[in-house]
Design a protein around this ligand. Structure first.
Ligand code: KG4
Ligand code: ZN
Length: 346
């Protein structure tokens, strides 16, 4: 039997993603981003994101169909991110997916955005063999919207949240610290560049939630607001003394603090749970230092590290289609037509 052709729609944040997969084969991954528009405001404005999705969806869908070389009528099922994310942004995708599914007479599958970040690792290019995702795995998902550590035993039925940020997401911390240093949005790539000539040991910034008292129920949670405040205080002290801010050292020391905590907790989870696999996902994976430290520490711990290609790590429609395909192939019932956007989906 032929594997199902699945269309996936992702609009939870500022990327409009439409992906097409056949089973675990990636056929198209079209993306439009309102990042440039958001940059003028120094961050994501939910209303602008929702409007941008509305404008971008049809052209992005057309681009995906052209890339995959399929017709809309060939699609066997439509998958869509139902949450978590920005409510207005999610609603645009869910509404579009429902309309398409009804018009095509095909089933609709609601997909959890975070599960998508994991399921994407099942995909392989059309000319390559073998899906890559092996379970169980610990997954570290880090972006502007989330910082979550998951234990995935079964993609569809057993995904456990080990910990998440109690305040800012890791990418958000990069964006806020960049602003403190006078660097433009999005801050992650800017900090990465500024850190290149800096000394990561120059300033001892705090590592959030790593003290002994935090080592119980919330030992896999993250906190970045104290780190951000420490950077703000450091910058203020420089200015009060009339000294220039050593931007490269601040950027390198800040980046090191974030990378240290993220990788230490992810590998501690692998060790404690006896799971020798770690999967990374989310836009912050673009950080070169994060990939480097994760690679070193995983090797030292005997943990197999999976980093999907960056275009599949950032928010995209293919990851939603990938999970949709798993649901179809497992014979799961489609979502009801009453399914809605759920911005706080666990
Ligand atoms: O996954 P993504 O594209 O969108 C969502 O936030 O959902 O992630 C964007 C985030 C932004 O906060 C951006 O600053 C961060 O990822 N980012 C980085 C780097 N490139 C992007 N953070 C650290 N280092 C980078 N090189
Ligand atoms: Zn995401």
């Amino acid at each position: 039997t032929r594997e199902p052709l699945i269309l996936g729609i992702e609009t939870s944040c500022d990327e409009t993603g439409v992906g097409i997969v056949r089973g675990t084969t990636l056929l198209a991954n079209a993306i439009a981003s309102s990042m440039d528009e958001q940059a003028r405001y120094g961050g994501i404005v939910p209303e602008i994101a929702a409007r941008a999705h509305l404008e971008a969806l049809t052209p992005t869908l057309d681009a995906a169909l052209a890339e995959a070389g399929v017709a809309l009528s060939d699609v066997d099922a439509v998958a869509v991110t139902s949450g978590p994310g920005l409510a207005g942004a999610l609603m645009v995708g869910v509404g579009a997916a429902k309309a398409l599914a009804i018009a095509l007479g095909r089933p609709l599958y609601a997909v959890n955005h975070l599960v998508g970040h994991v399921g994407v690792d099942l995909l392989r290019p059309a000319d390559a063999g073998g899906g890559l995702l092996e379970l169980p795995t610990v997954a570290l998902l880090v972006s502007g919207g989330h910082t979550s550590l998951l234990l995935v035993r079964d993609l569809l039925d057993d995904v456990e949240l080990l910990g998440e940020t109690v305040d800012d997401a890791a990418g958000e911390a990069f964006d806020k610290v960049a602003r403190l240093l006078g660097l433009p949005y999005p801050g992650g790539p800017q900090i990465d560049r500024a850190a290149a000539g800096g000394d990561p040991a120059a300033i001892a910034f705090p590592r959030g939630l790593t003290a002994a008292k935090d080592q119980a129920a919330h030992r896999f949670d993250f906190s970045f607001s104290g780190l951000k405040t420490a950077v703000a205080r450091y910058v203020e002290q420089c200015q009060a003394r009339g000294e220039p801010v050593p931007v490269a050292d601040v950027a390198a020391s800040f980046r090191e603090a974030v990378v240290d905590v993220l990788t230490a907790k992810a590998l501690a989870a692998c060790r404690e749970l006896g799971v020798p696999r770690l999967l990374l996902g989310g836009g912050v994976i673009a950080n070169a230092r994060l990939r480097e430290v994760a690679t070193e520490r995983a090797a030292a711990s005997g943990v197999a590290l999976r980093i999907p290609p960056l275009a599949l790590c950032t928010d995209n429609g293919a990851m939603i289609a990938a999970v949709g395909a798993q649901l179809v192939m497992a014979g799961r019932a489609p979502s009801g037509w009453d399914v809605g956007a759920d911005s706080t989906l666990p």
